[in-house]
Design a protein around this ligand. Structure first.
Ligand code: SDX
Length: 380
């Protein structure tokens, strides 16, 4: 028996799995770029759909390209009544991420053609997915409360329309703008777990709906996108500023992870967390203070004191929930909102993967035995 030796790295830490020009992270300096453009610049000057175009097609669109992209997406925002009917059968107590994963996969039933070498097929799939995912998230939210889904409003742009479908209220322009920036911040982040999941699925040459559905399932976990919901639950159970220190000490003594903190790549504060914090403050100055923000600040102070030397600082999931909470969004929709945004990154990596595809098929370090005799049932 010949043994091949490969260094095993748990979690593939530090192992490149692709060559990519989509985004760049410097975890020591706290730098994030999409297609070479600093995230701070995009947050200030771009929009989510323009950023999605940049990520997926590789460059900033001209005014006409952006307009066509926006119109295409607007045209495809509705979902088929059969999908709505299917969603009505989902249990209302089900988690919206499970509902989203199921609905995203169901798109493959309705748009079954698979022509991965046809640029027009790729373009249409991109548009359909970006357009319909927010509608499905909002529809499930309405249905679980016993309401019909709110139809998309053609007068509203991408971010405003999502908030409208969720609440049946046209949002204030500041709310829509802040939400749009949140989507931009979440759109892409190199080879995170859900993107890797999307790439592995893409590498089998399956359809893009399966690619997105597998990525949604991966994003849902509390070590990844699911942390944003957990952060709010944690703030709720801490309750007051005075409880922060003992609560955190207890978690650390019991070797439990503090949600919204730490990152495989960042050893400083996540640049997206900094921007989200600023957005939260902007929102509070317009709409009133949130006492959870005081808790969050104290949490950050205590964790920096206790774990800062290990490079554990707030990540993207720490401040996003405070912004969404102020926008009136229930906490179990925080991760689906992450998915609405991250679809842009998943699709960019899907396209990049198809261009140079080879199926992912890594190896293992076998730790079992060999030549074991089969024992018949009566002798076990
Ligand atoms: C996202 O990868 C991406 O880019 C993801 C993401 C994206 O945009 O796609 O940025 C989005 O997923 C953000 C992360 C959300 N998750 C959380 O907030 C959950 C809490 N954080 C962690 O569990 C953890 O920090 C991870 C999962 C984010 C990273 O895990 P690693 O790289 O495997 O790190 P680790 O668990 O091996 O920890 C290394 C050390 C350990 O201490 P030692 O045993 O070496 O002494 O750091 C400690 C850990 O105990 N540590 C923490 C901690 N995170 C790391 N200790 C307490 N609380 C934490 N949150």
């Amino acid at each position: 028996m010949t043994a091949t030796f490969c260094e095993y790295k748990p979690g593939l830490e530090g192992i490149p799995v692709t060559k990519s020009s989509i985004s760049f992270v410097d975890g020591q300096k706290g730098i994030l770029e999409y297609r070479g453009i600093a995230i701070e610049e995009l947050a200030k000057r771009s929009s989510f759909l323009e950023t999605a175009y940049l990520l997926i097609w590789g460059e900033l669109p001209s005014q006409q390209q952006l307009q066509e992209f926006q119109i295409d997406i607007l045209f495809h925002r509705r979902i088929k009544y059969r999908i709505r009917d299917m969603m009505k059968c989902f249990p209302e107590s089900g988690h919206p991420m499970d509902a989203l994963q199921t609905s995203a996969a169901a798109l493959g039933l309705f748009y079954a053609r698979r022509a991965l070498d046809d640029p027009e097929y790729i373009r249409k799939a991109v548009v359909r997915i970006l357009a319909k995912i927010p509608t499905m998230v909002a529809a499930f939210h309405q249905m679980r409360r016993g309401n019909d889904a709110v139809q998309p409003n053609d007068e509203l742009d991408y971010a405003a329309n999502f908030l409208y479908m969720l609440t049946e209220r046209v949002p204030h322009p500041l709310e829509a703008k802040i939400f749009d920036i949140c989507l931009t911040l979440h759109a892409e982040h190199t080879i995170n777990a859900s993107t890797f999941s999307a790439m592995v699925t893409a590498s089998t040459l399956t359809d893009p709906y399966a690619v997105v559905a597998s990525a949604v399932g991966t994003l849902a976990g509390p070590l990844h996108g699911g942390a944003n919901e957990e952060v709010l639950l944690m703030l709720e159970s801490i309750g007051s500023v005075g409880n922060v220190e003992p609560y955190i000490s207890n978690l650390i003594i019991n070797k439990q992870k503090i949600m919204g903190f730490g990152h495989r790549v960042y050893k400083v504060k996540d640049p997206r967390a900094k921007i989200l914090q600023e957005l939260a403050v902007d929102l509070f100055s317009e709409t009133g203070h949130d006492r959870y923000y005081d808790l969050a600040l104290e949490l950050e102070r205590v964790i920096e004191l206790k774990l800062g030397q290990k490079g554990i600082y707030p990540n993207i999931d720490f401040y996003s929930g405070l912004v969404y909470r102020k926008l009136g969004i229930p906490s179990d929709l925080f991760t689906p909102i992450f998915a609405i945004a991250r679809v842009a990154g998943w699709l960019a990596h899907w396209k990049e993967q198809l261009a140079v595809n080879r199926i992912f098929r890594p190896t293992q370090v076998y730790t079992g035995q060999h030549d074991i005799a089969y024992i018949s049932m009566s002798e076990r």
